[in-house]
Design a protein around this ligand. Sequence first.
Ligand code: ATP
Ligand code: MG
Ligand code: FE
Length: 376
Amino acid sequence: PLVLGIESSCDETGVGIVRGTDLLTNTVSSSMEEHVRFGGVIPEIASRAHLDALVPALQAALAEADVTLDEVDAIAVTSGPGLAGALMVGVCAAKALAVATGKPLYAINHLVAHVGVGLLNPRGGTGGTGGSGGTRGNGADKPILPDNLGALLVSGGHTEILRIRSITDDVELLGSTIDDAAGEAYDKVARILSLGYPGGPAIDRLAREGNAKAIRFPRGLTQPKYMGTAEEPGRHRYDWSFSGLKTAVARCVEQFEAAGEPVPVADIAAAFQEAVVDVITSKAVLACRERGITDVLLGGGVAANSRLRQLTEQRCSAAGITLHVPPLDLCTDNGAMVAALGAQLVMAGIEPSGIHFAPDSSMPVTTVSAPSRSQD
Ligand code: ATP
Ligand code: MG
Ligand code: FE
């Protein structure tokens, strides 16, 4: 099916078009620059930017894919989680399109879309490995059995390990952060280190010049009392915590300043990144081994991180787990991931959501798409 996807949950306005599992186009415009001077996304500014950007993004996507709205089989839109006002713009646009064209509409979970994008065929034709940075493990051509598929979601607002029995209607949460998300930790630490906003890409770049072993930052929730054993798992065996790490970085900077010494910013960035990536990958691989998961979809904005991609590859490969990593431009928010999950729903014969759903800023990851309901 030809599916058009609309994304507006945060500061990216995205329109993507897929045909089944083939990506046709991915148009993204971001209001990031308008938020830089505030050091974080300002919801009201983001909403207004979506209003300006949506129609041009839609027109550009249709032109680039060389398709008309008439040819589209279904429309998919992010209905949550995210900023309420920002979500509202995409949802209203999608409802208007659906009503005007008579096409079925799917209200989609942004988080499931972040990992579901890994089911798109790699770009660039022959060779099997994806376009810009897309990689697939050796066993990617084997069919993925339900029960054996997991997903590691590492984004600006979420850090979760999931079991996916069906990407269209059966997603289980195995573990998650109990405080800050990984992307949030990157952004907060970048602020402490005066690296500007958004922090993830800046720390990724700077960490390459630093020594990750110069300082050892804590790995949250790894003590035996939280981990327990395989037979008697502790309450937080598959969970993460990043707020203590952020505090440890702040203390470290203060100590250098108090001693009148220059702050080794690159070393701190590298050591911080190593702590985040180490604990994310070790717990994710542990959960997969203990739950019999053999295939993992990696997704979310932090999945663009070079060290996370590298260490996840290494540890999954050592554990015999096949890892599916999206290309860099499909990690951060975009419309193609929404279209990709929409196409999965169409192909699975899932009922469309209709137009009587509301955006849900705290939609849980276990709700893949909003169920159809009559106006009440
Ligand atoms: P969510 O998807 O949980 O609702 P979000 O949509 O705001 O949150 P994403 O767009 O998925 O988040 O990801 C944005 C986050 O990814 C930001 O925190 C940003 O710092 C981080 N990020 C982007 N690129 C990198 C990178 N190379 N290294 C580390 N973090 C990165
Ligand atoms: Mg963003
Ligand atoms: Fe996101």
